[in-house]
Design a protein around this ligand. Structure first.
Ligand code: HH2
Length: 292
């Protein structure tokens, strides 16, 4: 059971361990750069299908200050259907293999499929982002534990295909928090180190704009779980609902919502717009320190 404010955000682990890397969390919120090697992702679909273009983009994001680059081979936008495993592997493996040799920062793979996660870890990925929060059993966590990899557990009500039809909650913050804490406990039971686990409320995954705004408004309750919280507001539909803008024109909304999440204690911001989000995080960290 969650008690709002039971633990201050500072009680969260001060580092996030992902295999070859140990990322500090106390200094400033870290930015996770999104790299979708898919034809149909809602924002960058079709832009990085060529592995060379994808790797160039990953290097650019690292230069812009990303702390992690996340490679995804299956869109999870509302209405999306699962991609066959072989196709997802074909998309992500060449990019992860090359980036593992070249990139000075950790590489995440965005997948809920055990075989894809295992192959990505073999190819050199440092963490797995599971948008189903171990819904398919503990094997994904066991694979992450064997590799010493990080694990992000994201909340989703339903599946991408159906999740936005009629999402419903009693208290969305309490339900999401309890589900995430239970998933994190299962990950620990499967052998993942507590400092290698982050949780994510899953903005837009089986949530109305109202649910999303309530989650952001009370994000400190999730941060009080004492685990690093990742938030992915980047260019998402709730920003279109508020401002009426199309996907390609949601930068200010992304930065405003990202800043709000940081001020509530989010440790990791998952975004397409790395440079501006990094600059926002740096200024907020300087204000929190009271020194440049
Ligand atoms: N959002 C998306 C995908 N994966 N993972 C986490 N942990 N948190 C998120 O908010 C999140 C996620 C959706 O964004 P994107 O990857 O840009 O689009 P698509 O699913 O269409 O590829």
């Amino acid at each position: 059971m969650l008690t709002p404010g039971a633990l201050p955000p500072a009680a969260a682990a001060a580092v996030f361990r992902c295999r070859r890397f140990t990322l500090p969390l106390a200094r400033e919120a870290l930015v996770v750069g999104v790299l979708n090697v898919t034809p149909d992702s809602f924002s960058d679909g079709g832009r990085y299908l060529d592995p060379g273009a994808a790797c160039d983009r990953a290097h650019a994001m690292a230069q812009e200050g990303a702390a992690i680059v996340e490679v995804g081979g299956e869109s999870s936008r509302p209405g999306a259907r699962p991609v066959p495993e072989a196709e997802e592997l074909r998309r992500v493996l060449p990019v992860i293999r090359r980036l593992a040799r070249e990139l000075p920062i950790p590489i995440a793979v965005d997948t809920w499929k055990l075989r894809v996660a295992e192959a990505a870890l073999d190819a050199g990925a440092d963490l797995v982002n599971d948008i189903t929060a171990l819904r398919h059993g503990p094997a994904l966590a066991e694979a992450a534990a064997r590799a010493g990899a990080g694990l992000v557990l994201m909340h989703m009500q339903g599946t991408p295909e159906t999740m936005q039809r009629d999402p419903a909650y009693g208290d969305v913050v309490r339900e999401v928090g309890e589900a995430l804490e239970s998933a994190a406990a299962r990950a620990e039971a499967a052998g993942v180190a507590p400092e290698a686990i982050a949780v994510d409320p899953g903005i837009g995954f089986g949530k109305t704009a109202g649910h999303t705004l309530e989650l952001l408004r009370r994000l400190e309750v999730l941060c009080a779980l004492g685990r690093p919280v990742m938030v992915g507001v980047s260019r998402k539909a709730f920003l279109g609902t508020i401002l009426g803008d199309p996907v390609e024109d949601r930068l200010e909304g992304t930065l405003a919502a990202g800043a709000a999440a940081i001020l509530k204690g989010a440790a990791l911001l998952r975004t397409h717009d790395v440079r501006p989000m990094v600059r926002v995080a740096r200024v907020l960290a300087a204000i929190a320190r009271g020194a440049p």
